[in-house]
Design a protein around this ligand. Structure first.
Ligand code: ADP
Ligand code: MG
Length: 243
């Protein structure tokens, strides 16, 4: 088995005549956190959605824990990689209690003891077991994002793709969720690919990052290079100045 959990080589993605991602390459090792940062429309979410098999028109190579996601059964892929979205309200069903929503993927996959594991997952993300009886509208934004994270972890995936995981939250809550994610990464040995327009979020969370602009990778940096100012592109300098 390889130590590389995410390997993207020469990825290009098109929507009709529009190229949304152009010749993008990076890899993430087991337990690592890699960030994609850039302004709105630069192609970041498209990379995540293409990894999940949601965009048909692409070229290049994608390997997730050694698997080609486009040739892997959806159910098998779901046990390896899960996505967390910006808006937890949109990703939770308003009419079902939290416990039902966390347990649902476990039931679909025939995992043993979904109820017991739901209580464990709530504990893991810092909510008491009584939250399983509540509805999404009874929770704060931060609590809802915790629940979305618990559900993403239900099948014990090794990789999380996080798309602007704190952008919809109040600034005061953002750090709480980022710290929760960091703790989960180290406790569970997860590998993260995180997308944000916010360089402060990416540099807090990720050891390595790629700056995207107009569908194109601008530059790849380690956090150490970022902090010591070893930066090649003027565009990256502009992003730093904006933080
Ligand atoms: P980001 O996440 O960096 O804000 P996106 O990846 O969402 O950017 O979008 C990149 C480009 O691809 C944009 O020009 C967007 O309009 C286009 N795009 C994204 N998804 C689709 C789609 N399903 N159909 C057509 N165009 C899309
Ligand atoms: Mg996006």
């Amino acid at each position: 088995m390889t130590d590389t959990m995410i390997d993207i080589q020469n990825l290009s993605v098109r929507f009709g005549s529009n190229t949304a991602v152009r010749d993008c390459s990076f890899s993430v090792h087991q337990g690592g956190a890699f960030g994609l940062v850039g302004e709105s429309g630069s192609g970041k979410s498209t990379i995540l959605r293409t990894i999940m098999g949601l965009n048909p028109d692409w070229s290049g190579t994608i390997r997730i824990a050694g698997l080609n996601p486009h040739k892997t059964e959806r159910k098998q892929l779901a046990r390896v990689v899960q996505m967390v979205f910006q808006d937890p309200y949109a990703s939770l069903h308003p009419r079902y209690v939290i416990g039902h929503q966390i347990a649902e993927p476990m039931r679909i996959h025939g995992m043993p003891d979904p109820a017991g594991r739901t209580a464990e997952l709530l504990d893991l993300i810092g909510l008491s077991a009584s939250f399983q009886y509540r509805y999404p509208h009874e929770l704060s934004g931060g609590q809802r994002q915790r629940v979305a994270i618990a559900r993403a972890l239900a099948l014990n995936p090794r990789i999380l793709l996080l798309d602007e995981p704190t952008s919809a939250l109040d600034v005061s809550i953002q750090a709480e969720i980022l710290n929760l994610l960091n703790r989960l990464r180290s406790e569970l040995g997860l590998t993260f690919l995180i997308v944000s327009h916010d360089l402060a979020v990416i540099s807090y969370m990720c050891e390595e990052l790629m700056v995207m602009r107009n569908a194109t990778p601008v530059e790849r940096l380690t956090r150490a290079q970022l902090r010591s100012g070893e930066i090649a592109s003027d565009y990256t300098r502009q992003l730093i100045a904006a933080v």
